[in-house]
Write a protein that binds this ligand. Sequence first.
Ligand code: SF4
Ligand code: SF4
Length: 425
Amino acid sequence: MSEHSETATLGIHVLAKPIGPVCDIKCDYCFYLEKRALFASDEPYRMPDAVLAKYIEQYVEAQPTPVVEFVWHGGEPTLLGVDFFRRVVELQAPYRARKEIRNTLQTNALSLDDEWCAFFKANDFFIGVSLDGPQDIHDRYRKDRHGVGTFERVMAGVRLLQKHQVEFNALACVGRDTAYRPLDVYRFFKDAGIHYIQFTPIVERMPAPAMQTLGLWLASPATLDREEPNTEVTPWTVEPEKYGDFLIAIYEEWVRKDVGTTFVMNFEWALTVWVGEPSPVCIFSKTCGRAVAMEHDGSVFACDHYVYPEYKLGNVLVDNLGEMVERSVASGFGPHKETTLPRYCRECEVKEACWGGCPKHRFATTPDGEPGLHYLCAGYKKFFRHIRKYLRAMGTLIENDLPVSYVMQAIDAPLIVTGRKPGGG
Ligand code: SF4
Ligand code: SF4
């Protein structure tokens, strides 16, 4: 598994795993490799053509929006070979007259070569590359099956994407050690010519005994409505406040030098909410339910974070995808995120930006003893409080139809808006 990607909240969003949990490397923090335990030992982890065709048809038909975005995730989807994705494009073709169809593929970049990159370019694929930062940081957690760091091979893939002018972003996981090196990480990306970056904090708990008997080596999601007996996190889990400090240090540099030229998705999401739009990501939305995961055999689960037997919604071969999603939205899973929010969150000054975070990681307890608080609360709160002054300035610029990048000039002086941009509305 390359890493988890967060998905938006409008329409239906499916994270497809055409090769299931199979990957050619073994990152310390991966939460998806263990899912092999949920399938038979002789499972052929390759999405059959019948499932692929049915999925593409169902996803296009069920999507209420004019754009249908296919997200190919894993495991490592490139292990299926380029021909698998040629078939994807072929099966999507008849629907292009009715809908705008986009493809995003998340990869560890190890298999990329000229053929892959030419294919991506020709078919307008957007690529997410799992890259955590400079070599010593990346290789700390992202290793091959022999324990050897993958940095150099990933960078070879990045250079090929750049050579072929394929659009991509870096998905950087923030593990415990990484959080101590914010500017090393951020400047590395800029120096490498990577201007679209998304940070994902690593949070996993050690498993309870019941999970270990299933063959799973990480804890299942938090229950939210009762105190978690197990709050021991893995050694690579980021420390809550350190995660906030990490984002703040990068934000401070970005807001002085790079607004409009480097795009850190975490910062863009916060601005989107500040100007009154719904959060583009589920983790900071009020409810869950619209971002489902589909395994290679067509099984649909409530979410990429909830691929457990009890969260299975059905299978695209026999069930209707739209109905499965609606069931998930209407059932306990969708609204649970909001209805179980502890009072500490409901009264929080940054609630609108956070909404308690992803329920999977709400295994902490509030200062007054209520369960269901996000493990990263201290970091989230610190970050969202810190950036409010900048968001306020950017909001004013947007209201006055001025470029957000003007905020860089207002860092050390009050922002005085004297007029609109020439030609502005
Ligand atoms: S549990 Fe909810 S917030 Fe967390 S990843 Fe899934 S849909 Fe998003
Ligand atoms: S910052 Fe903490 S208290 Fe506030 S909404 Fe987020 S998790 Fe809850």
